[in-house]
Ligand binder design. Structure first.
Ligand code: NAP
Length: 221
């Protein structure tokens, strides 16, 4: 399959949570870690999130580096039914970066048109077990000229990319706090039946960033 390389970024508590049970996630990691995330964005052609994160966080997903990148990454939302509201920060910043909403081929045509009328680009691909098929979404990104994509969550999208075995690199920022089992998991259910089936990664770097730890991993193929 022709697909971009996939980097999955996670910013979690020590126990792997990306938000409290109520959905609060700003900020788990500190300023230095968030600065590195901006550089990661600038180094990728696209930044990818699930509709759950778009709704919960109303993010801009711009690379705020100094100096700014020559070209902002394309902001991509996986949104099976094209249900993203055509307002909020992703739309307010359309003059600075492209927004691409990827939904299902049989998704709501009227909503898709409303997103396009508001300035977003859209693409329709095949459904998968959890919304949009991960491989189909990545193939669509390759067609849009994306060679490197940075996925910034949430937990469900992270799980489906890991389950599809398309995560080439993990950038894991870990903050010294514990959110407990009611917190939202950085990686949602993988339906593993045994330890032998667990996806494995090889650590290639480990740094301190103020109070946080930044670990980089590559896929073990
Ligand atoms: N700490 C951090 O850095 C950080 C980063 C990101 C998010 N968060 C937090 O994470 C939470 C959101 O995470 P989430 O897991 O609920 O949502 P999510 O992963 O952002 O989005 C999940 C939704 O995306 C759609 N989708 C389409 N194709 C998919 C696919 N192949 N795999 C998975 N989902 C697909 C599905 O909705 P449809 O079927 O309707 O399309 C699915 O319900 C928020 O609380 C947010 O604040 C934290």
């Amino acid at each position: 399959m022709n697909r971009p390389t996939v980097t999955l970024k996670l910013a979690t508590s020590l126990d792997g949570r990306i938000a409290t049970g109520a959905g609060e996630s700003r900020w788990i990691t500190g300023e230095a870690a968030r600065g590195e995330v901006q550089k990661l964005r600038a180094a990728h052609d696209a930044v990818l999130i699930g509709i759950g994160t778009a709704r919960a966080d109303d993010p801009e997903l711009l690379a705020r580096t100094i100096p700014p990148p020559q070209r902002q990454p394309v902001r991509v939302v996986l949104d099976t039914e094209f249900s993203l509201a055509a307002r909020g920060r992703l739309f307010e910043t359309l003059d600075r970066a492209t927004l691409l909403v990827i939904g299902a081929g049989d998704g709501d045509a009227a909503r898709r048109k409303a997103l396009e009328d508001a300035g977003a680009r859209t693409a329709a691909v095949a459904r998968g077990p959890l919304g949009i098929g991960a491989e189909a979404a990545l193939a669509a990104l390759a067609e849009h000229g994306v060679g490197r994509v940075l996925c910034e969550g949430g937990g469900q999208l992270a799980a489906s990319l890991i389950a599809a075995e398309v995560v080439d690199r993990l950038e894991w920022f870990r903050a010294p706090m514990v959110l407990g089992a009611e917190g939202r998991p950085g990686v949602a259910a993988l339906a593993l039946s045994s330890l032998a089936d667990a996806p494995r990664f090889k650590r290639v770097a480990l740094r301190e960033l103020g109070p946080d730890i930044w670990e980089s991993y590559e896929r073990v193929s």
